[in-house]
Design a protein around this ligand. Structure first.
Ligand SMILES: Cc1cc2nc3c(=O)[nH]c(=O)nc-3n(C[C@H](O)[C@H](O)[C@H](O)COP(=O)(O)OP(=O)(O)OC[C@H]3O[C@@H](n4cnc5c(N)ncnc54)[C@H](O)[C@@H]3O)c2cc1C
Length: 424
């Protein structure tokens, strides 16, 4: 008997209008699949819009590693570092940490590095394609970034650590004398050491990116539906989406791209989704003298990145293993202010404070794939520190999976089944 060809996919719903969901929706719609994004939020507060804007293709080594585990005690917030393990959220971070330790074993780390490296190597090209058409083309700034140290000891240790690190398609060199003098001007004193990465990029402004992507989706014929997905329902092997409005939506393809909220949607289908809200904080001011064309600067001794966006200067830091709904830790914004003062950065008032959650899985790999529990269900979440970097290539991969084509990157390592196998 001839094998039956699956019916062509004509409609899609994407749950979550962050960067990952939006990139999925644009790529689906560009294939002629009528796509709607479902997201309750019209004012964008998610991590997609509060991040540091860095296309971090150098971060090939998954953070689930023995090197990370060894460094944890010195990184604790209480010791001046960026790591927060709030006691009130121990029920969230303790099981996550145990899984992270298991995922750090050398074999899993090496496999994860291969998979992540493949996705990161394709990330910039995918952004070029996504933003290739006006009006977005000017938003991808391919000018690398700086890493700066404040003491001779940390400069020597930091440079040596980067020399031992696999940075994928990105390279670095010592900052030139002109660059050192420019950095000195930004900091009010000379840095003890600095390197410049090449092959990394920046998004010029995340607000402008949101507008460009929105108009791209609408121009292609896609739409947005302002509602929250309350539940995924499974009937006869097909998923449908119940909204908080009481309405139920059906489509040929349903893509879960709801960041940290993805676990809550998938767990009732029997999935184990060990996702955590890895929260970060930022401050932003429009009042700065930093030149518009300055690439991001990482102040590594303070685990802080400063990014000159079109709309102002943003400083971001902290990894707080927590729950999305826990109240913010006000001390973290105070710490950021102290960093800004100590470094002498040009950072005027008023200052906007922001907190948001990276959607992180314990092996620091995303979940990208086709569900085996419903024939029309797909997922794309868990992009941890790399959601901006990987959004465009994830969108291409998901659209290919939905259409039944070969994805442009190898996604086997990102299959959500990896956490189900662990249970047996
Ligand atoms: C301080 C900080 C700095 C960062 N810097 C960088 C960086 O420089 N480079 C980089 O690559 N990455 C960076 N990241 C990480 C990056 O921001 C995230 O990985 C990325 O935003 C994840 O995107 P997302 O679309 O998966 O999730 P989100 O941005 O969290 O978006 C999820 C969306 O889903 C919606 N949603 C949730 N639940 C539901 C539901 N039930 N129904 C409908 N919609 C729902 C939400 O409203 C939201 O709009 C940073 C993160 C932080 C916190």
């Amino acid at each position: 008997m001839p094998s039956q060809k699956p019916a062509p996919v004509k409609t899609a719903l994407v749950i979550g209008g962050g960067l990952v969901g939006t990139a999925c929706a644009i790529n689906l719609q560009a294939r002629g699949i009528g796509t709607r994004i479902v997201d309750p939020v019209s004012v964008r507060r998610a991590a997609s819009w509060g991040n540091a804007g860095h296309i971090a293709v150098e971060q090939v080594e998954p953070l689930a590693s023995f090197a990370t585990i060894r460094s944890l005690p010195n990184r604790l917030f209480s010791r001046g570092g960026a790591l927060g393990l709030p006691p009130r959220d121990i029920a969230a971070w303790l099981p996550f940490s145990l899984r992270l330790i298991a995922a750090s074993r050398p074999g899993r780390f090496a496999a994860g590095k291969g998979a992540l490296g493949g996705a990161l190597a394709a990330a910039t090209d995918a952004w070029r394609r996504l933003l290739g058409s006006a009006p977005g083309s000017h938003l991808l700034l391919e000018q690398g970034h700086f890493v700066v140290w404040e003491s001779a000891r940390t400069a020597a240790a930091g440079r040596a650590a980067w020399e031992k690190t696999d940075t994928g398609t990105a390279r670095f060199r010592d900052a030139s004398p002109e660059e050192m003098s420019m950095l000195r001007g930004l900091m009010g004193r000379p840095p003890a050491g600095a390197i410049r990465f090449l092959g990394t990029s920046q998004i010029a402004d995340l607000g402008m990116l949101a507008e460009a992507l929105d108009s791209m989706l609408v121009r292609l014929g896609g739409a947005q539906h302002c509602a929250s997905a309350a539940q995924l329902r499974l009937a006869e092997g097909e998923a449908s989406v119940s909204l908080d409005t009481g309405e139920t939506l059906h489509a040929d393809a349903v893509v879960v791209a709801a960041g940290v909220g993805s676990g809550r949607l998938l767990e009732p289908l029997g999935y184990t989704v060990p996702i955590i809200a890895e929260r970060g904080y930022h401050l932003q001011t429009a009042e700065t003298s930093w030149p518009m064309d300055l690439p991001p600067v990482v102040f590594e001794d303070r685990s802080m990145i400063a990014t000159r966006f079109r709309s102002g200067l943003r400083v971001a830091s902290f990894v707080e293993f927590s729950r999305s709904e826990s109240p913010p830790d006000l001390r973290k914004w105070q710490r950021l202010r102290r960093h800004v003062e100590a470094l002498g950065l040009s950072f005027g008032e008023p200052v906007a404070e922001w907190i948001g959650a990276r959607p992180t899985l314990p092996d620091y790999l995303p979940a990208i794939g086709a569900s085996r529990r419903a024939r029309n269900l797909f997922y794309a979440f868990g992009h941890q520190h790399l959601g901006l970097t990987l959004a465009a290539v994830t969108g291409e991969a998901v659209a290919a999976l939905v259409a039944g084509d070969e994805p442009p990157i190898e996604v086997a390592a990102f299959d959500l089944e990896r956490f189900q196998r662990k249970q047996r």
